[in-house]
Design a protein around this ligand. Structure first.
Ligand code: IVH
Length: 498
C-alpha cells in the first residue's frame, strides 16, 4: 500500500502523532523515513481534518522547533524511540537523495558539447581526490555524517567526521545537508604517512572508518564542501558564498563562459602541484540552479555537471622483478621493477607497491606474479605506483625471509613486512640518517653524501652530524675545502631548532 493510502483513515490524533514522529526522524535523527512528498501529503491530511491543530501550526522549518508545546511532544517521541542502533559507526544509512557520481570527459570538444546544453555560464573547481561525505545539521548542530557507499546507502561515520580539522560542528542554519570531499592534505601525507601508505585517498577512507574516533583524529583530515541542500539559491556561486559564510572550506569556484572553458582547465592544471590536496581533474557545473533543475540527472550522474579529467599519467608495462626496500621505520616494502615505459613525459622503470598487503591484494588469490602486466599511475606528480594488474604472470613473487641488507629475520605486522634490523643494517641506518637531516632541514646532505659519510665511518648515529670535522670531510672523494666547510656550517646552523 502506498503511504498516502495508509494515512487516509487516520483520525486527528493518529495524524498528529504521525507528523510528530516524522518530524523526529527528520529533525532529531536527521534520517527521514518517508519522502518529502509523503510528508507534505501527511501534513495536508492533518490540515484538512484539524486546521487549528498546534501540530499544524508548528509545521515548517524552524517553526516546529520553536514551538514549546511541539518541542515537548517531540521529546516524548524521542523518549519512546531509544537512539537507533544504526547511529553507530559503520552502520548503514539511506541517503535522502542519491549521492551520484560525475560524468567525465577527456577533451575540449566533449566539454563544449556539454556547455551547449544550458543557458548562462558555468562554475569550475578542482576535483578533489578524496572521499565523498554527507553531513547533516539540525538546529545548527552536526547530527549525522555518512559515507557515499553505493550512492543510495552509505555508512554512518558521524563521530569520526567530528574529528575533521576545521569542520564546523555548530553553525547558523536550521536543517541542511552539506556534501563534500574529506581529504588528507598533501603536506600531512608527505610529513607523516608517505613512507607507509599508497596515497591520500586510501588513507582518508581508512581514517574515516576507524572504530575509535580518536584514531581518526590522528589522520588530520580536512573537508572541502561542494554542495548544500535545505536552502534555496539562484546560482552555484551564491551557494558557495553561503558555504563559506557557514564556515566551510570550499574549492575556490571560478565562473567561466564558452571562450575560456579550456583555459580554465589549463590554469588549474598549471597550479595543480601547488594545491595542498590531490586533484584528478576539474569539475564544471551549470551556474543557474533553475537550469540545473531543468537538466536533471541520470541514475549515475547529474546532467548539469561534468568532470574534465587530467590525462596521460597512466601506463602499462611488464613486471620483471621485486625490489625489497627497507624504510626508516624498519618495514621492508615491495617496489616493482618494470620494463621502462613513458609516464607523463618521463621514462619510468620502478613503481611503488607500497606494502606487502597491497602487493598481495593486487595479485591473484593473494599472490603477485612476475611477468604480470601492471597498470601504473602517477597522481599529482609523486612517484608512480602500481594501480592494478591487467594480466597475471606465472612466476610467483617470493617474500623474503630475511632483510636483504642485514639478514635479520622478517615477520609480518598486519599490512607490512618487518624485521628487527641489526645496528649495522646499512640501509636502515641510511634511511634514518636521511630522515633526520630532512627533519632538521640542513642543506647539502643528499642521500649520496650521507651514504659516503656512513661508509667512511664518520656517521653512525644522528648526533654524528654535529661532530663532523671539516678536515676529515676533505679526505672524501670529490669533496673540496669549500664544500666541506659549507656542509659543517649548514648542520651547525641547525643545532638549535625552533
Ligand atoms: S560537484 C555529483 N565538485 O567527485 C554531484 N564534486 O567522481 C556534484 N568531487 O561524487 C558534485 N571534487 O564526490 C563536485 N569540486 C568538486 C568535486 C566533486 C570532488 C567528487 C564528488 C563526486 C565525485 C565523482
Amino acid at each position: 500500500m502506498a503511504y498516502v493510502d495508509t494515512i487516509k483513515d487516520m483520525d486527528v490524533e493518529a495524524l498528529e502523532r504521525e507528523v510528530i514522529t516524522h518530524n523526529y526522524h527528520y529533525w532529531v535523527r536527521a534520517q527521514p523515513v518517508i519522502s518529502d512528498y509523503d510528508y507534505d501529503k501527511l501534513v495536508e491530511a492533518l490540515k484538512a481534518k484539524a486546521p487549528g491543530s498546534t501540530v499544524v501550526e508548528a509545521v515548517g522549518m524552524g517553526g516546529a522547533i520553536q514551538n514549546p508545546d511541539f518541542r515537548q511532544r517531540i521529546a516524548d517521541v524521542v523518549a519512546r524511540h531509544p537512539v537507533p542502533a544504526d547511529m553507530e559507526i559503520g552502520e548503514k544509512v539511506q541517503h535522502d537523495r542519491p549521492m551520484l557520481s560525475l560524468d567525465k570527459c577527456y577533451d575540449e570538444a566533449t566539454l563544449r558539447k556539454w556547455y551547449a546544453k544550458f543557458e548562462g555560464d558555468a562554475v569550475v573547481s578542482p576535483k578533489v581526490d578524496g572521499v565523498a561525505v554527507s553531513i547533516k545539521y539540525r538546529e545548527g548542530k552536526l547530527v549525522l555524517a555518512a559515507t557515499r557507499g553505493d550512492g543510495v546507502t552509505g555508512e554512518i561515520i558521524t563521530e569520526n567526521v567530528r574529528q575533521i580539522v576545521g569542520l564546523p560542528l555548530e553553525l547558523d542554519a536550521q536543517a541542511i545537508e552539506v556534501r563534500g570531499e574529506a581529504y588528507m592534505p598533501d603536506s600531512i601525507f608527505e610529513a607523516e604517512f608517505k613512507d607507509q601508505f599508497a596515497n591520500t585517498r586510501n588513507l582518508t577512507a581508512g581514517g574515516l572508518k576507524q572504530k575509535d574516533p580518536a584514531r581518526t583524529a590522528s589522520y588530520k583530515l580536512r573537508f572541502m564542501a561542494y554542495d548544500l541542500t535545505g536552502e534555496r539559491f539562484e546560482t552555484e556561486v551564491e551557494k558557495f558564498k553561503r558555504l563559506q559564510a557557514l564556515g566551510f572550506e570550499t574549492v575556490e569556484p571560478q565562473l567561466v563562459t564558452e571562450e575560456n572553458l579550456q583555459t580554465s582547465y589549463d590554469r588549474i592544471l598549471a597550479i595543480r602541484d601547488k594545491l595542498d590536496y590531490e586533484t584528478d581533474g576539474i569539475v564544471y557545473r551549470t551556474n543557474r540552479i533553475t537550469e540545473q533543475e531543468r537538466m536533471g540527472h541520470t541514475s549515475h550522474h547529474p546532467r548539469y555537471a561534468i568532470a574534465y579529467k587530467f590525462q596521460g599519467d597512466s601506463g602499462v608495462s611488464t613486471l620483471r622483478h621485486i625490489e625489497w626496500s627497507v624504510s626508516r621505520t624498519g618495514s621492508i616494502n615491495p617496489v616493482a621493477n618494470v620494463d621502462p615505459v613513458e609516464l607523463s613525459g618521463a621514462m619510468v622503470g620502478r613503481a611503488s607497491l607500497h606494502n606487502l598487503a597491497i602487493m598481495e591484494a593486487l595479485g591473484k588469490d593473494g599472490v603477485l606474479y612476475l611477468g604480470s602486466k601492471v597498470v601504473m599511475m602517477r597522481r599529482g606528480g609523486v612517484i608512480p605506483h602500481v594501480e592494478s594488474v591487467s594480466e597475471h604472470g606465472t612466476e610467483p613473487v617470493v617474500i623474503p625471509e630475511v632483510c636483504p641488507d642485514c639478514g635479520a629475520p622478517t615477520y609480518r605486522d598486519r599490512d607490512v613486512l618487518m624485521a628487527h634490523h641489526t645496528a649495522d643494517c646499512r640501509i636502515f641506518q641510511l634511511r634514518n640518517l636521511e630522515h633526520f637531516i630532512s627533519v632538521v632541514k640542513a642543506d647539502g646532505f643528499g642521500a649520496k653524501i650521507i651514504a659516503q659519510l656512513y661508509d667512511a665511518g664518520m656517521l653512525r648515529g644522528q648526533a654524528d652530524f654535529f661532530r663532523l670535522d671539516p678536515e676529515k670531510l676533505e679526505t672524501l672523494e670529490r669533496m673540496g675545502q669549500r664544500s666541506a666547510a659549507t656542509l659543517v656550517a649548514n648542520v651547525q646552523a641547525r643545532r638549535r631548532l625552533p
